[in-house]
Design a protein around this ligand. Structure first.
Ligand code: MIG
Length: 662
């Protein structure tokens, strides 16, 4: 593969900008490290030791926790503005010392099966393109997956689900998806429905669908040991479960009680597991949520599978120690394959908690059980940025926090952040305060509504960013350093981020304050709420009262926006290119559109703004590709400068021109 070089186990080698002595990477002074997958603490990982071993961490993980649910042993290295990546490929335990023990070295501990690859730069974008060429790209999501999503452990029965959905519509709060957690099942038996609580899942899901909702259900890997349960019996008879070192079926306790665990390393097991999803798709379930797939065990408390458990693998047996970190990805792969076979015309939607490098091919990742703490709102930013730098671009944290009690201000601020996540879902644990957008009354409900409306406006912009990611591996929510590797100030600016390359977001993550420091890198930045233009690089103090998060857009760069729909199934009456006018630089952006699901035709247009003194020239290219969206395009100019607008694009209708000339 072009630009991907395997490192030899022994001997001195230089590969692009990187120098190795065997698997020891020699560190030039000043080289800095990022990525490493799902982490706590800040963006930069220079001078740390990183452990790669998937666990279900105890509740309330803090910055002192190292490894969480997924393991992606990939490091983005930056030195003097040039980037390269190093991928340590082995699905067992890996530990990396990133110049902690010795500032001159990066060292690795792993089994003999380890392979090491260098991904050449020189830009972070080139590194990510190569890394995802090697480990796989994020598939295109169905458009509905970009909408707002609502979950709770658990909405207990069909009536509660109906009433939650009805509240969203009655209160005009956008929502596309409702989740069913483990209580939809019969005694937590995976691929079953509770007769009492969900007597008619197909009827329920069909009526929600008429209101524009999709339903996603949870699945866990543990299969209840029960002679009268088909999934268990067929799994056992097929030899599909993991074994003890003595060759017995390996069993442990999870939600259903004593369980057996599928050996997802075996392709036949993945196929069998995938086929079980018909119980869900027959009822109209739109996607699946793979939980507990580290895998998590209850005995001993919060443990994982013992290392000597055997994965027969359909011929090539391996110990659990050898494949541990891959278990979650393999479960997600089985789910995705099942959905793709059961519904070949629909894009599969799979969420996973656990996984290994390459998980992005199979599923999006949510970051598991965070807490309703301001600290965890803060942590979400570096966490998602490092995931994005590690190939996992489709990601999100539980909005409002999972454990503990949220409150109105925390939910409002979390939603101000959450709408900029590639995956935007509010989820919370049993026994905690309810945190649906209306749970805390006013003004919080209106603040959440306004933010979710903004999310819906951003859908065309986000969808285009997803398509770029799908094609090139570029993260959607990305650190500033991804676009500005020449500017070392961006290396530490981890409490703000870019969404695509045109929008910068700097959330407030403390209660009671409405100002914060923001770093704007090179370029000309317009404030979303006032249109005021600031030339970067600049350190500024932003005023961000509730309802007006600090959001900046590259000026003269057209942003494609929808009206604020209630769900993505509504057909917008138009698409608007909003241009924040300011500065002299020109700007371009593209728009990707298709039917929003399936694998049919698509189209792309490019919008371009040029400045010529007071003149603003907007041009819109014709469509490349045969998809024709069912709505016209408009252009809207926002700004404080005195400008003249020249109309040159053919398909262009200028509807609004907000000129604030005085
Ligand atoms: O042991 O299914 O991270 O999102 O709500 C807890 C119940 C199991 C953990 C998941 C969480 C989910 C919960 N699950």
């Amino acid at each position: 593969m072009d630009g991907v070089v395997r490192v030899e186990r022994a001997g001195r080698q230089s590969i692009g900008d990187a120098e190795f002595d065997g698997f020891v990477k020699l560190r030039p002074e000043g080289e800095r490290y990022f990525a490493c997958g799902e982490r706590t603490a800040g963006l930069e990982k220079t001078g740390t030791r990183q452990v790669f071993w998937n666990v279900d961490p105890p509740a309330g993980h803090t910055a002192s926790f190292n490894n969480l649910y997924t393991s992606i042993p990939f490091v983005l290295c930056l030195h003097e503005g040039r980037a390269h990546g190093v991928f340590y490929d082995h699905p067992g335990r890996i530990e990396l010392d990133l110049a902690k023990a010795d500032p001159g070295r990066v060292t690795v501990e792993a089994s003999d099966d380890l392979k090491v690859y260098v991904l050449l730069g020189p830009t972070p974008a080139a590194v990510l393109e190569r890394y995802t060429a090697l480990t796989g790209r994020t598939p295109m999501p169905p458009l509905w997956a970009l909408g707002n999503q609502q979950s709770r452990w658990s909405y207990m029965d069909a009536d509660e689900v109906r009433s939650i959905a009805a509240e969203f519509r009655a209160r005009s709060i956008p929502c596309d998806v409702v989740y069913l957690d483990i209580d939809h099942m019969d005694g937590y038996r995976v691929f079953t429905w509770s007769d009492e609580r969900f007597p008619d899942p197909a009827g329920l899901i069909a009526s929600l669908r008429e209101d524009g909702f999709r339903v996603v259900t949870i699945t866990d890997p543990g299969v209840k040991v029960d002679e009268s349960y088909d999934v268990y019996v067929t799994g056992r008879d097929g030899g599909f479960f993991c074994l003890t070192a003595d060759g017995e079926e390996y069993q442990n306790v999870v939600w259903p009680g004593m369980c057996a665990f599928p050996d997802f390393t075996n392709p036949a097991v993945r196929e069998w597991w995938g086929a079980q999803h018909s119980v869900l798709t027959d009822a109209g379930v739109a996607g699946v949520w793979c939980d507990m797939n580290e895998p998590a065990m209850f005995v001993p408390r919060q443990s994982t599978m013992p290392e000597d458990v055997v994965h027969p693998g359909g011929g090539r047996a391996r110990t659990h120690a050898e494949v541990h970190n891959a278990y979650g990805s393999l479960m997600a792969e089985a789910a995705r394959g099942g959905l793709a076979r059961l519904r070949p015309d629909a894009r599969p939607f799979v969420i996973s908690r656990a996984g290994y490098a390459g998980l992005q091919q199979h599923a999006l990742q949510w970051t598991g059980d965070n807490s309703s703490w301001w600290e965890h709102l803060w942590m979400s930013m570096p966490q998602l940025q490092n995931l994005g730098l590690s190939g996992i671009a489709w990601s999100g944290v539980d909005v409002g926090g999972f454990f503990g009690d949220c409150d109105g201000e925390l939910l409002a601020r979390w939603t101000e952040f959450g709408i900029f996540q590639p995956f935007c879902r509010n989820h919370s644990a049993m026994g905690t305060a309810r945190q649906e957008p209306w749970a805390f009354g006013e003004p919080w409900e209106s603040l959440c509504r306004a933010m979710l409306e903004l999310r819906m406006q951003l859908v065309p912009y986000l969808y285009t960013a997803f398509e770029e990611c799908h094609r090139t591996g570029a993260p959607i929510l990305r650190p500033l350093l991804f676009d500005h590797p020449d500017d070392p100030v961006t290396y530490t600016a981890d409490d703000e981020f870019l969404l695509g390359s045109s929008i910068l977001v700097a959330p407030i993550t403390r209660p009671g304050i409405e100002h914060r420091y923001v770093y704007l890198p090179a370029g000309s930045w317009a404030h979303w709420w006032t249109g005021e233009v600031i030339e970067g690089p600049a350190h500024i103090l932003a005023h961000a009262p509730l309802g007006q998060p600090a959001v900046y857009v590259r000026s003269n760069t057209p942003l494609p926006l929808y009206p604020a729909l209630q769900h993505t199934g509504e057909v917008p009456d138009s698409l608007t290119w909003r241009v924040f006018v300011g500065g002299s630089a020109s700007g371009s952006s593209s728009l990707y559109e298709d039917a929003g699901d399936g694998y049919g035709p698509s189209c792309r247009r490019t919008a371009h703004v040029e400045r010529d003194g007071e003149l603003v020239r907007f041009t819109l290219s014709g469509r490349e590709g045969s998809y024709v969206p069912p709505y016209p395009s408009l252009v809207e100019f926002v700004g404080h400068e005195r400008v003249e607008v020249e109309e040159t694009g053919q398909a262009l209708v200028i509807e609004r021109f907000m000129k604030n000339a005085d």
